[in-house]
Design a protein around this ligand. Structure first.
Ligand SMILES: C[S@@+](CC[C@H](N)C(=O)[O-])C[C@H]1O[C@@H](n2cnc3c(N)ncnc32)[C@H](O)[C@@H]1O
Length: 238
C-alpha cells in the first residue's frame, strides 16, 4: 500500500516511522512518502494561503500549490489511480468500517489542510479526474483540530494494522472493538495479565479456568455491558 502525505509541517508525520507503521514500512508492506506543500509554491514567501472570498476570519489554502503538488505526486506512477483523502471536520466520519474498506486500496494521497481548510475547488477538481479514483472527505470525530496531520496519523495507523503481515497475531484484530463479526457494534471488555492478584484485586476467576467456551461467553457479556455503559449510540445492546 502506497501512502503519500502532503503537509506544510512534514515533520509532524515523523511518528509514522515508529512502532507498527514503521515496522510495516521496513517490511515493505507500506510505502510512505511525506511531502512539503511549500515545495510547490512559486513566490519568494512560499505562500500557501490567502483571505477567504466572501469575507470572514481566518485564511484559506490556495488551490494552485495543491494542484501542482497533487499532479506531480500522481505523475510518479502513471499506471495507478490514487484516491485523494482530505481530512476535514465537515467530512463523513472515519470509522473502523472505513479503515476496513480502504485497507485494500493500493494508493492513497492525504492532503493535510490548515487554517480554514483547502479551497473547495481542489476536492471538486480531483473528484472529476478520471486518472484519480475519487476524493474522500473524512472527519476523525466531532471536534476541530488545527490541521489535518493529526487526523492522518490516526487514519494511517488504523489502516496499517489491517495490512496482512503487520500485526503479530492476525486474529487479535478480530477481538478488537468494532472489529470482526462478533465485535462489529461492540467495544472490547476489560483485559488482564499477570500477576493473578495485584493490590488485592484478583483477575476474574473465569479467565483462569482454561474453559474456552465460558471465557468467550464472559468476554462477550463484558463487551456488551461496556458498550451499553460507554457507547449507547452504537445500537441496541441486549
Ligand atoms: C481549523 S480546521 C478547519 C475547520 C473548518 N473551517 C470547519 O469549520 O470545518 C483546519 C484543518 O484541520 C483538519 N481538521 C480539523 N478537524 C478535523 C477533524 N475532526 N477531522 C479531520 N480533520 C480535521 C482539516 O485538515 C482542516 O482543514
Amino acid at each position: 500500500m502506497r501512502l503519500d502525505v502532503v503537509s506544510i509541517f512534514p515533520a509532524y508525520l515523523e511518528p509514522l516511522r515508529l512502532s507498527l507503521v514503521g515496522k510495516g514500512i521496513e517490511a515493505g508492506i507500506i510505502e510512505l512518502r511525506v511531502h512539503d506543500l511549500r515545495d510547490w509554491t512559486s513566490d519568494r514567501h512560499r505562500t500557501v494561503d490567502d483571505t477567504p472570498y466572501g469575507g470572514g476570519p481566518g485564511m484559506v489554502m490556495k488551490p494552485e500549490p495543491w494542484g501542482a503538488a497533487l499532479d506531480d505526486i500522481r505523475s510518479s506512477d502513471p499506471g495507478k489511480r490514487p484516491a485523494l483523502v482530505i481530512p476535514t471536520p465537515s467530512g463523513s466520519v472515519f470509522t473502523q468500517r472505513t479503515a476496513e474498506s480502504w485497507s485494500s486500496d493500493t494508493w492513497l494521497i492525504f492532503a493535510c489542510g490548515r487554517y480554514e481548510g483547502i479551497d473547495a475547488r481542489v476536492a471538486a477538481h480531483y473528484g472529476e479526474r478520471p486518472d484519480w479514483s475519487g476524493v474522500r472527505e473524512v472527519s476523525i470525530g466531532d471536534f476541530v483540530l488545527a490541521g489535518g496531520e493529526a487526523a492522518v496519523l490516526v487514519m494511517v495507523e488504523a489502516l496499517a494494522r489491517l495490512q496482512p503481515g503487520i500485526l503479530g497475531n492476525e486474529e487479535s484484530a478480530l477481538d478488537d472493538s468494532f472489529s470482526g463479526e462478533q465485535m462489529g457494534d461492540l467495544v472490547e471488555g476489560p483485559v488482564f495479565t499477570k500477576p493473578p492478584v495485584w493490590r488485592d484485586r484478583a483477575v476474574p476467576e473465569v479467565l483462569l479456568s482454561g474453559h474456552h467456551g465460558r471465557i468467550a461467553q464472559w468476554r462477550q457479556e463484558q463487551a456488551r455491558a461496556r458498550t451499553a455503559a460507554n457507547r449507547p449510540d452504537l445500537g441496541e445492546v441486549t
